[in-house]
Design a binder for this molecule. Structure first.
Ligand SMILES: Cc1cc2nc3c(=O)[nH]c(=O)nc-3n(C[C@H](O)[C@H](O)[C@H](O)COP(=O)(O)O)c2cc1C
Length: 331
């Protein structure tokens, strides 16, 4: 059954979604996800106590996490029933943001497979509206709120505002396509103060989402600063900054399978350097069960993905979980 659904989705992606202009494909994909109660179909879940993990002391039924992209409460509710152990909401800013103008998402295809480049520009409804929208959301699985700001005060307002509605909070310092966030990577002292202030203000487990563009700084300064501030979970990582003349900003964040070799290498180095002091969510390029298994074998606490959800469909989580169970004594 799992394989039949995977084949059906692949055909839908290859013949319909990937041939539509990107904005039409996004709109169709989200409309289908909203309209069809996939989350009520048993085929997308796989419950087995052997899959459970702990992340920041929170129990996840399995180690798969949907990476940050959706802020709409209806889509988050659906995603919570699609086999993930936790779901991350899109990064929220204090005030609403319209995002960058179109084109802000384009497809790329490399030998590794289909990917995306986006300069979404943090399109989101802002803190008060988002908080109201998710306040009634049942947490069928843990919800990770993601926050993005320009100043320590921004992050404090966001962390304080969203912690009550979330199970964990992710501090995004890594999205590459606005004046927000990315610059923290080049200001280690300011970043250290930000992480300390966020830790003091947040009663929930905190995650720092790292950029693959700053591998040296991550190891030398950023992860040590997080650990010293009392933040022991990193999500490694976000998209990689690339130029793409088709985008309205001429530059954006690359996601999808081209990222995978760096995701694995960053994880291996980080695990070797920081040992078990750190919990690591490995993100970037996971679009097949063998990639998720490789990351878990290399020491990832959990694995997250977004582009694979689009290119391989909601059945990918179930495919990975089946493969994990089949490989389970060896992971
Ligand atoms: C359209 C789009 C929007 C995204 N928005 C966010 C965001 O708001 N916050 C964030 O931390 N990451 C965001 N990401 C990055 C993903 O969460 C993920 O880290 C990245 O895509 C790499 O994983 P993947 O190769 O599995 O997609 C976005 C990615 C895409 C494609």
């Amino acid at each position: 059954m799992t394989r039949a659904i995977a084949r059906f989705y692949q055909s839908f992606y290859d013949h319909v979604l990937s041939r539509l202009p990107e904005p039409a494909a996004v709109s169709l994909g989200q409309r289908v996800l909203r309209a069809v109660p996939f989350d009520r179909l048993g085929v997308f879940h796989l419950e087995d106590p052997r899959l459970a993990i702990s992340l920041g002391g929170i129990r996840l039924a399995n180690p798969l996490i949907l990476a940050a992209m959706y802020y709409d409460a209806g889509l988050l509710r659906r995603a919570m029933g699609l086999g993930f152990g936790a779901v991350t909401a899109k990064s929220i800013t204090v005030r609403p943001r319209p995002g960058h103008p179109l084109p802000n998402l384009v497809r790329v295809r490399s030998a590794a497979g289909p990917g995306l480049v986006n300069c979404n520009g943090f399109q989101n409804p802002g803190l008060p509206v988002f908080r109201r929208a998710i306040s009634g959301l049942a947490h069928r699985v843990p919800l990770i709120a993601s926050v993005a700001g320009e100043s320590v005060d921004d992050y404090l307002a966001l962390v304080e505002g969203l912690a009550p509605c979330a199970d964990l909070v992710e501090v995004n310092i890594s999205s590459p396509n606005t004046a927000l966030v990315y610059a923290w990577n080049t200001q280690p002292r300011a970043l250290r103060s930000l992480l300390e202030a966020a830790r003091r203000a947040c009663p929930k487990p905190l995650i720092v989402k790292l950029s693959p563009d700053f591998a040296d700084a991550n190891e030398r300064e950023i992860i040590p600063a997080a650990l010293e501030a009392g933040i022991a979970i990193v999500n490694y990582g976000n998209t990689r900054r690339v130029d793409d003349a088709r985008l309205s900003q001429g530059t954006g964040g690359l996601s999808g399978p081209e990222l995978f070799p760096a995701t694995l290498a960053n994880l291996e180095r980080t695990r070797a350097r920081f040992g078990t002091a750190l919990e690591i969510i490995a993100t970037g390029g996971v679009d097949a069960p063998d990639k998720a298994i490789a990351l878990l074998r290399a020491g990832a606490t959990a694995v997250s993905y977004f582009t694979g959800f689009v290119t391989r469909g909601p059945i990918l989580a179930r495919e990975i979980l089946e493969a994990l169970l089949a490989a389970s004594p060896r992971i």
